[in-house]
Design a protein around this ligand. Structure first.
Ligand code: NDP
Length: 477
């Protein structure tokens, strides 16, 4: 029996994706650069379904039904190009190559264009959910041609996570759209994690709660509108006690957050597209800052305000306020991330359905949350919504949260507790709703030193003022 799909690259992600496919009754061809991984998979998990192990690229391709569907799950970058070059010459017109690794969307666009010339479909598919997700149901974001999705879609939808019976997999759009959306997912994940971390820091530094107590707070939050995978695991991590020292686990971990690069990509592209994704940017910079050990050591002696933590009922109330600040900041971060997808969709003609994106992020992926169902509803009601912040329910919730949000940020400022995520989110909210921005003054400065011209609120056209002359006459530019 021929395989309906093949997976090459059988490290943790590829292996689990292959097992997930086989467990769903699909015959899966297996291949890996070094044979041992293939042998191990068949030996350990061969009983889970129909696997066809192959020990050469030629045998692997021969094992596949047409149109052949080859999923590449190898280290992103040059290894992906190497594997594409190994298989493309063996494939025929109409066959599909899927890159399910974490590729940069620009690489995916390049690869897609090159393979299209050769008559092959190239699908850049974002896969989120880590190794557990890959095995039990990830969120899958495939790009590429609509035609490729006809054969690939049913398989991927079959193995994806389900929410209310709906698969967490949908065709995102042409060429790099899938990997772009996966990248923004990861950027939003950075932002979510930063906001949660700031909440923890505030509950500890301002309210004086111990980690175990904070774990309880998160557990409670997880039963409300913040219900999400990240809040759930945060409670687990905070409740964990280090066996060796008996201290809270969070106190024995070095406070340097690492990153693999998708947050950075999101910020870089946000700058290119001119979309202020300040929540993701602050989260990414906060990770960088945490890693500057020597810089931090040299500045640790700088003085701050005297810190008298809140107590009693005030501390309890503060915890409720932090929930509101977290919620409102999270709405801002998602609003910004969805704006970035909207902008890229327009720039590259992807025609991305934002409601569908929110829908497939509801399950399987790291940012999965009930919150995403509200976002799905908002975009389904108004597909061209300019910002989530103005959609009915979100607008109401954020407006209601804003007093608490402002109070939390001012308490943080007063006590000297850094909240870059909360603060930037609030600043964005205030910037967006401003009647007038000081950008007018910036235009004046630019015209003064560089004759860059400006526009007026009351007349069409561009103008320049003769700043060097006494008369400061204005003329059309
Ligand atoms: P790794 O990223 O560690 O990659 C290891 C695999 O790549 C092995 O199968 C290895 O083969 C193969 N490989 C490396 N270089 C080459 C090459 N030049 N030619 C052929 N094969 C090569 O594996 P993961 O399973 O962790 O991740 C796979 C992909 O999925 C990556 O792109 C990753 O970014 C992405 N991803 C990972 C997630 C995770 O949680 N780990 C989550 C979501 C996406 P060999 O065995 O011969 O060394």
């Amino acid at each position: 029996k021929k395989a309906s799909i093949g997976v090459t690259g059988l490290a943790v992600m590829g292996r689990n994706l292959a097992r997930n496919l086989a467990r769903h009754g699909h015959t899966v061809a297996l291949h890996n650069r070094s044979d041992q991984r293939t042998r191990d998979l068949v030996e350990e998990f061969g009983s889970e379904g129909d696997f066809v192990p192959a020990y050469s690229a030629k045998d692997f391709v021969a094992a596949l039904d047409r149109p052949r569907q080859v999923v590449i799950m190898v280290k992103a970058g040059a290894p992906t190009d190497a594997v594409i070059e190994e298989f493309a010459p063996l494939l025929e017109k109409g066959d599909v190559i899927v890159d399910a690794g974490n590729a940069h969307f620009a690489d995916t666009r390049r690869r897609e264009a090159a393979l299209r010339e050769r008559g092959l479909h190239f699908v850049g598919a974002g896969v989120s959910g880590g190794e557990e997700g890959a095995l039990h149901g990830p969120s899958i974001m495939p790009g590429g041609s609509a035609e490729s999705y006809e054969s690939l879609g049913p398989l991927f939808e079959d193995i994806s996570a389900k929410v209310d019976g709906t698969p967490c997999c949908a065709h995102i759009g042409p060429d790099g759209a899938g990997h772009f959306v996966k990248m923004v997912h990861n950027g939003i994940e950075y932002s979510d994690m930063q906001l949660i971390a700031e909440s923890f820091d505030l509950l500890r530094g301002a309210a004086g709660f111990e980690p175990a107590r904070i774990a309880e707070v998160f557990r409670t939050w997880n039963t409300g509108r913040l219900d999400s995978y990240l809040i759930e695991i945060t409670a687990e991590v905070l409740g964990h006690v280090d066996a060796a020292t008996g201290k809270p686990f969070v106190d024995v971990v070095a406070d340097r957050a690492e990153q693999k690069g998708t947050g950075r990509w999101t910020v870089q592209i946000g700058l290119d597209l001119g979309i202020p994704i300040t929540g993701i940017a602050e989260a990414t910079f906060a990770r960088s800052l945490s890693g500057h050990t020597e810089l931090r050591a040299s500045a640790r002696g700088l003085s701050g305000p005297s810190r008298t933590p809140l107590a009693g009922a005030e501390a309890e109330r503060f915890a409720d306020d932090v929930e509101q600040a977290l919620y409102a900041s999270k709405v801002v971060a998602y609003a910004q991330g969805f704006n970035q997808i909207q902008a890229a969709s327009a720039e590259y003609d992807w025609n991305i359905d934002l409601g569908a994106v929110a829908s497939i992020w509801r399950g399987g992926c790291i940012i999965r949350a009930t919150f995403l169902d509200d976002i799905r509803v908002a975009f389904e009601a108004e597909p061209t919504l300019p910002t989530l912040l103005t959609s009915g329910d979100f607008r109401k919730a954020v407006e209601e949260a804003q007093d608490a949000w402002r109070s939390v940020v001012s308490t943080a400022v007063r006590l000297g507790i850094p909240t870059p995520g909360f603060s930037t989110a609030l600043a964005y909210y205030d910037e967006l709703r401003a009647q007038r921005l000081p950008a007018a003054l910036i235009q004046g400065q630019r015209d003064y030193f560089g004759a860059h011209t400006y526009q007026r609120v009351d007349r069409e056209g561009s103008f320049h003022t003769e700043w060097a002359t006494e008369a400061r006459a204005e003329r059309p530019a």
